[in-house]
Ligand binder design. Structure first.
Ligand code: SF4
Ligand code: SF4
Length: 395
């Protein structure tokens, strides 16, 4: 395992993301035995950075990750969690909540922080982040009266947070503005970083901004919710020709290894095989060369128009039509990229009318929560049109 120094800590460069613990169905109970197997294997094979958040897996991730890690000495693992400000509003002295937190009876940010310590079974967090400081959460996080940052700095002073940072899907300009408001405050920033988002989500520009300011970067979406482990047949063939024995996913991690300011590459590894492969990749580093990065860019160029959904599922709870939005977007991508409805006909045929994109009522609740700023109702409309007027078959 590659370890990289962060302040006083030697941290594994591969971190375990716990946003998608194995569950019964897509939103059922966590399969704790399987989650335990993964977290224990990760720990025992060198990973010492574990990322979770208040809302992951319906609030269960913090509890399970904390419970499993606590069987090991506290100073041998580093726990990161997040304040869910991207789902909170502050108006007239009161907190309001949306998405998975709608209907919550929480009345203060202190209550959330205390709950997190309790759920994780710890008395301090090694890393604590503002969750998704983005354009829609900017006012919440900078509200002086509420004082989220002030409160967290007090916790840091009291030794209950060791290092403070934020995760973000915001545009580069917004990140710059936020850092200017709070100079010398945030010690690390977590961004969606991979070779496809280098331009799609301005990850290259964000990485440069943070590097120039001396702020280490943690990558999330390292595999773009798994989509960089598959690619299209054409793109995969180009990469296979260059390195026949390598998996497609390995290119994403090798790309991250080529970035000098990368502190940690986070990945949610839902099964042991993936975890083992990734640990092997971070045991024998092999950063992509400039020629390989050029090849990557060439391979994905035709894919750059795909809808950039990462399957985070932030949008699904708010959908009054109960649509499986990421599944529909994935089918839409498949059908529109290949210009071939027949590729998805079988799956669509097995779905009920009320599960299809035509059931969208265009309320827009989903888009307001999407960290990728996807115009979801528009995609649902386009997909519905495509289903009703399928393009002529290409093959
Ligand atoms: S716009 Fe459509 S997909 Fe989005 S939440 Fe509303 S009904 Fe669901
Ligand atoms: S549409 Fe957006 S919020 Fe919904 S799963 Fe995809 S990336 Fe996440």
């Amino acid at each position: 395992m590659i370890f990289k120094l962060f302040k006083e800590l030697q941290i594994s460069q591969l971190g375990l993301g716990n946003m998608r613990l194995p569950t019964e169905g897509f939103d059922g109970a966590v399969k704790e035995k399987e989650a335990r197997e993964i977290i224990e294997y990760a720990y025992e094979n060198g990973i010492n950075y574990f990322d979770t958040a208040f809302g992951y897996v319906g609030g269960e991730s913090e509890r399970i990750v904390g419970k499993i890690l606590n069987q090991y000495p506290r100073d041998t693992w580093y726990l990161a969690t997040k304040m869910p400000g991207h789902m909170m509003k502050y108006k007239d002295g009161k907190l309001g909540f949306s998405g998975y937190m709608a209907g919550s009876d929480i009345t203060s940010i202190a209550q959330i922080f205390e709950q997190q310590l309790e759920k994780c079974g710890v008395d301090y967090f090694d890393f604590y982040l503002l969750h998704n400081m983005c354009e829609t959460a900017f006012d919440f996080y900078t509200n002086e009266e509420l004082g989220v940052v002030r409160y967290l700095l007090e916790q840091k002073k009291a030794g209950r947070i060791r290092h403070l940072g934020f995760s973000t899907h915001a545009r580069t300009k917004t990140i710059e503005q936020f850092l200017d408001i709070y100079p010398d405050t945030f010690e690390f920033v977590q961004i969606q970083l991979n070779y496809m988002d280098w331009t799609l989500q301005e990850a290259g520009r964000k990485n440069k901004l943070l590097t120039d300011r001396g702020i280490p970067v943690i990558s999330m979406g390292s595999l773009r919710g798994g989509s960089l482990a598959k690619l299209t047949d054409e793109a995969a063939a180009m990469l296979k020709e260059a390195r026949p024995n390598d998996s497609i996913a390995s290119w994403a991690f090798r790309f991250l290894q080529s970035l000098p300011n990368l502190q940690i590459a986070l990945s949610g590894m839902e099964n042991l095989d993936t975890l083992k492969e990734n640990i092997a990749l971070f045991s024998n580093p092999s950063p992509t060369t400039p020629a390989e990065i050029e090849l990557l860019q060439k391979a994905i160029a035709p894919m750059m128009n795909l809808v950039p959904c990462t399957s985070c599922r932030y949008c699904t709870d708010s959908c009054p039509a109960k649509l499986d939005i990421p599944k529909l977007i994935s089918l839409y991508n498949e059908a529109s990229y290949e210009k071939a409805m027949w590729l998805v006909d079988f799956t669509l045929g097995a779905m009920n009318e009320n599960e299809l994109p035509g059931a969208c009522v265009e309320c827009g609740a989903c888009s307001a929560l999407c960290p990728q700023s996807i115009d979801i109702p528009d995609i649902m409309k386009k997909f519905d049109n495509m289903i009703k007027n399928p393009p002529a078959p290409q093959r």
